[in-house]
Design a protein around this ligand. Sequence first.
Ligand code: 5GP
Ligand code: ZN
Length: 124
Amino acid sequence: MGSNTRGEGTVSEADCIFCKIARGEIDAEVVHDEDDVLAFRDINSQAPVHLLVIPRQHVANLEEVGDLPDGVVKRLFEVSSAVAQEAGVTEGGYAVRVNNGRDAGQEVLHLHMHVMGGRKLGMP
Ligand code: 5GP
Ligand code: ZN
């Protein structure tokens, strides 16, 4: 058990909703499960395919990504590609998005990548 003490709006691992999913304390529709990385369906889909890919280790945001063990960041991208392929959206294309911080609308303070596809997606 530890806590994040950097930045504003911090949350402890004990209280973090994505840590709870990673520990199996909250149900999620898991689509990919491995040692360091987990992927599951977003509870409030914004696209026909809307998955979340997270490191199991709690880091709040990209400013803390250096705390992850070597290789985990690469796996986040590889798993994003794998689950997109499994969901059948690689041909049409898909977006991989990190909302980082307040202005980006980050709601869950555990780093996560949105993998969205199945419809035309624009910016922002
Ligand atoms: P953010 O705005 O932080 O980038 O995105 C957080 C995402 O997590 C949102 O799209 C929201 O729907 C999703 N989310 C929040 N709570 C839960 C939950 O308990 N289970 C699942 N599967 N997704 C969640
Ligand atoms: Zn967490």
